[in-house]
Design a protein around this ligand. Structure first.
Ligand code: LFR
Length: 478
């Protein structure tokens, strides 16, 4: 086969999209067919994803995809990680909570009573993130929600189940639950037993490229399609994004930017040293058995939450214009962008001022410049740590996703990291999703390096060279 079309469903924390990927040995074109907001909802029991609205939009998007491309070959689904629904039979008994919901603190405390941080890291290789699935499931267990008939489905697996009736746990996303054995890539049953999680809670695993199932007759009729296959991709959005990072060597690092920035390298094996655990680096499962050795850092959440807060004040905020004004801002105050106080939603500008009192009463362009400089500083430090922990001399840093279009941030990262930054593609996650489907359909062959070479040949990353040695401005607080 020389060319064909697949559909990717990509759900991000603030928006979702359904895109068509037209792929051939020298072709990789992506067309949006449907974009929609992802707006969480707070109810009396906490902060939830609006999962039915997301699914409704997935169907709208797939209908448009089928109408535009009657010869569609397959569908692949990815989303943010860790969050899940609980089912008994076909019935949803708990809709997915948002990982920013406060309830996870109880789960963290309960897990700590059962296992030390050392034991957990040796088992699952994950950095400590209070919202990892095992903490959330522990809250469910304490609340009496889990019995022997309960199944957990992560968000992309839930969508795939609704489309096909097949219950699988795609491996890259399953690795973010904290319940996967980091060395074998299979469910760690003794760990689940220690946490008192029922044995049938975790569905059978699937690997990227595996067939999940065909659309049920009802869904196919609704979409106006044949019984199209749903194919497992790197269903963790970061896993798909890493597939599409146009790295040409193993000593390149990546920054996958969205609400979070995931900063890391790809390795053949997990790194489980004590030093790595203390530095809080994670070993998430990548596509083709690779390891995504990375750290979560603050991403565009800070910028977006500031814009939301300013808009709540009634003013119109033109973000590109504001970033343009930030280029000329000479004042800035550095602060710790990774401070846990910045993780929940709410009044972001006030919380930033608490960390950076020098920003009290500052113009918005100064706030924006301070955020971008502080993000760049955090990323530069993380890249140095990454180099130290892996022993890999990192010379090039690829930035993909939303922030790859923010020229000021890309330049600041190059300056502070003293490394070349290559920016793009912006739609890395959807691209990675498409590439794995295309390989499964036989449109492409080869290793991840071969797939990345196609990304390299068809997209043109923008290069940013470090400009000078950066000195800390006076009044810097970090
Ligand atoms: C990025 C991401 C991160 C994960 C966070 C929460 O979208 O998937 O990789 O740590 O969201 O799920």
């Amino acid at each position: 086969m020389t060319g064909g079309v697949v559909a990717a469903v990509d759900l991000g924390a603030t928006s979702g999209r359904v895109v068509l990927g037209r792929v051939g040995p020298d072709r990789l074109d992506i067309d949006d067919v449907h974009r929609f907001p992802n707006t969480p909802v707070r109810t009396r029991d906490g902060l939830h994803w609006n999962i039915y609205e997301l699914y409704r939009n997935v169907l709208v998007g797939l209908r448009k995809a089928v109408a535009a491309e009657p010869n569609l070959l397959s569908i692949g689904i990815d989303s943010w990680a860790v969050d899940y629904a609980l089912l008994r039979g076909d019935r949803l008994v708990s809709t997915p909570y948002h990982y920013r919901d406060e309830r996870t603190a109880r789960g963290v405390a309960a897990v700590r009573d059962l296992l030390t941080a050392e034991e957990l890291y040796a088992t699952n290789g994950l950095q400590f993130l209070p919202f990892n699935t095992l903490y959330q499931l522990t809250v469910d267990r304490l609340d009496g929600l889990l019995d022997d008939d309960t199944t957990m489905l992560l968000v992309p697996d839930l969508i795939a189940y609704w489309l096909t009736g097949a219950r699988r746990a795609e491996r890259t996303n399953a690795s973010t639950t904290g319940l996967l054995d980091v060395t074998t890539g299979t469910w760690h049953t003794p760990l689940a037993a220690t946490l008192d999680l029922p044995p049938r809670l975790l569905p059978p695993l699937a690997a990227p490229g595996d067939l999940v199932g065909a659309l049920t007759p009802d869904v196919a009729a609704d979409l106006g399609s044949t019984a199209l296959p749903v194919v497992a991709v790197g269903s963790h959005d970061t896993a798909s994004a890493v597939v599409a990072v146009p790295m040409t060597s193993r000593d390149a690092a990546y920054i996958c930017s969205g609400t979070w920035s995931l900063i890391g390298v790809e390795t053949d094996h997990p790194i489980l040293t004590d030093q790595s655990r203390q530095a809080d680096f994670t070993n998430e499962a990548g596509v083709d058995g690779r390891t995504r050795y990375l750290r979560n850092r603050m991403g565009m959440w800070l910028v977006n939450e500031c814009v939301n807060a300013w808009q709540r004040d009634g003013s119109r905020v033109d973000l590109p214009a504001l970033i343009g004004e930030a280029v000329d801002a000479t004042d800035r105050v550095l602060f710790d962008v990774d401070d846990p106080s910045l993780v929940p939603g709410g009044d972001m500008p006030t919380r930033i001022v608490e960390l950076a009192p020098g920003l009290a009463g500052a113009q918005r362009n100064v706030v924006m410049r301070s955020i971008l400089e502080s993000l760049a500083l955090s990323y530069a430090r993380t890249l140095d740590e990454l180099q130290h922990l892996t022993g890999v001399p990192i010379e090039t840093v690829h930035i993909v996703g939303g922030a790859s279009q923010n020229a000021l941030l890309c330049q600041l990262i190059a300056d502070r990291a003293g490394r070349t930054v290559l920016a793009g593609p912006v739609e890395a996650t959807a691209t990675g999703n498409i590439l794995i489907q295309a390989r499964a359909a036989g449109l492409l062959t080869g290793t991840l390096e071969d797939l990345r070479s196609l990304v390299h040949r068809t997209t043109w990353p923008t290069a940013y060279q470090p400009r000078r040695t950066v000195t800390m401005p006076t009044g810097a607080t970090a």
